[in-house]
Design a binder for this molecule. Structure first.
Ligand SMILES: C[S@@+](CC[C@H](N)C(=O)[O-])C[C@H]1O[C@@H](n2cnc3c(N)ncnc32)[C@H](O)[C@@H]1O
Length: 319
């Protein structure tokens, strides 16, 4: 029995060895990366500063009530990594229902950190549902920015509205447009565009079936991503900021998309301070060269950040 289980597991691991071999020279410490895929993604939660004034009191309560063992992520304020818990899903906790905590992967905070939202700014979240990043924008601005949260799927917007309500957020209005057709003419100061992607940064041993199934139904992601990023650029004021993000490793969905924008519009890549370890963006991939400033974009690998892998580009609209 144990032998069969082990055999199954080895077969599964070799699926990923095959799948990711195209990135062998790209992913740092590739063997360590493959090993890391065998471990479940850690859970993280963030304390909702809009509702919680005394986080020590709440943390004590979570420890005593659920035996929740966690460690503070010192580099990203108010984030905690779950080490152990009697309750497998944070979503089942009463304090989650009350909006005192929100669960999101640590790296999902990075595009918002790059965006650096400020109170009173008019901000568009073009692909917003289920609202992890919208919620964080609201929390970081003390609910004082003006945020438009858009998504093309009404069912996912319903989940976003429920999340924002639970967290006590009031500074967000929602819209349901295909991002590529979001109406022009509103003077947004910042736009975040967290596009649909292949999600390779989330892949884990055990997900093989899902990955193969997804491959069938996928439209041409890079062309959708290019359309969304160009529209995000056109929606922001000259001098404004766009943050583009994915949770995938694929350079065709990352650097190649940002490079396309640089060729189509007057844009500049900006550097930003990342609290988590990263690798610089690529300036070439499979014989294609990208603009040298793509080096300022950031790649976050799952085994180096102990969370979902991400890619983040901060861009300024020049004119
Ligand atoms: C990666 S998820 C966004 C996650 C979200 N930013 C968060 O932090 O919770 C991508 C989202 O894009 C939406 N989407 C896909 N194609 C779109 C399009 N053409 N226009 C607008 N939204 C789109 C999907 O419905 C999905 O909710």
């Amino acid at each position: 029995m144990e032998k069969n289980r082990l055999k199954g597991f080895q077969q599964k691991s070799s699926f990923f060895e095959g799948y990711f071999s195209k990135y062998k020279d790209l992913i740092p410490e590739y063997d360590k990366f493959l090993e890391y895929l065998k471990t479940p993604l850690p859970q993280y939660f963030r304390i909702n500063n809009l509702k919680v004034l005394d986080s020590n009191h709440l943390l004590e309560l979570l420890k005593n009530k659920y035996g929740l063992i966690f460690e503070e992520v010192k580099k990203v304020p108010l984030f905690y990594k779950v080490i152990d818990s009697k309750e497998p899903s944070l979503g089942n906790l009463e304090e989650y229902g009350l909006g005192l905590i929100h669960s999101m992967t640590l790296t999902s905070s990075l595009p918002v950190i790059a965006l650096d939202p400020k109170p009173e700014e008019l901000i568009l979240d073009l692909c917003a549902a289920p609202g992890g990043k919208t919620g964080l924008i609201a929390m970081l601005t003390e609910d004082k920015a003006v945020v438009v949260a858009n998504d093309k799927r009404i069912d996912r917007l319903t989940a976003l509205v429920a999340n924002l309500k639970r967290l006590g957020i009031t500074c967000v209005v929602t819209t349901c447009y295909r991002g590529e057709l979001f109406p022009l003419g509103i003077p947004f100061q910042k736009v975040i565009v967290d596009v649909p992607c292949s999600g390779e940064g989330r892949y884990r041993v055990g997900m093989e079936g899902e990955i193969l199934y997804q491959k069938f139904g996928r439209a041409n992601l890079p062309s959708i991503q290019k359309g969304l990023l160009v529209r995000a650029f056109d929606l922001v004021q000259p001098g404004g900021i766009i943050v583009y993000s994915t949770c995938t490793i694929n350079p065709e969905e990352n650097e190649a998309v940002v490079d396309y924008l640089l060729r189509k519009r007057q844009a500049e890549i900006l550097d930003w301070d990342s609290p988590l370890p990263y690798r610089t963006g690529l300036t070439e991939w499979e014989g294609k060269t990208f603009h040298p400033s793509l080096k300022l974009t950031k790649r976050f690998y799952t085994h180096e950040v102990e969370a979902v892998g991400f890619y983040v580009a901060k861009i300024k609209r020049l004119i």
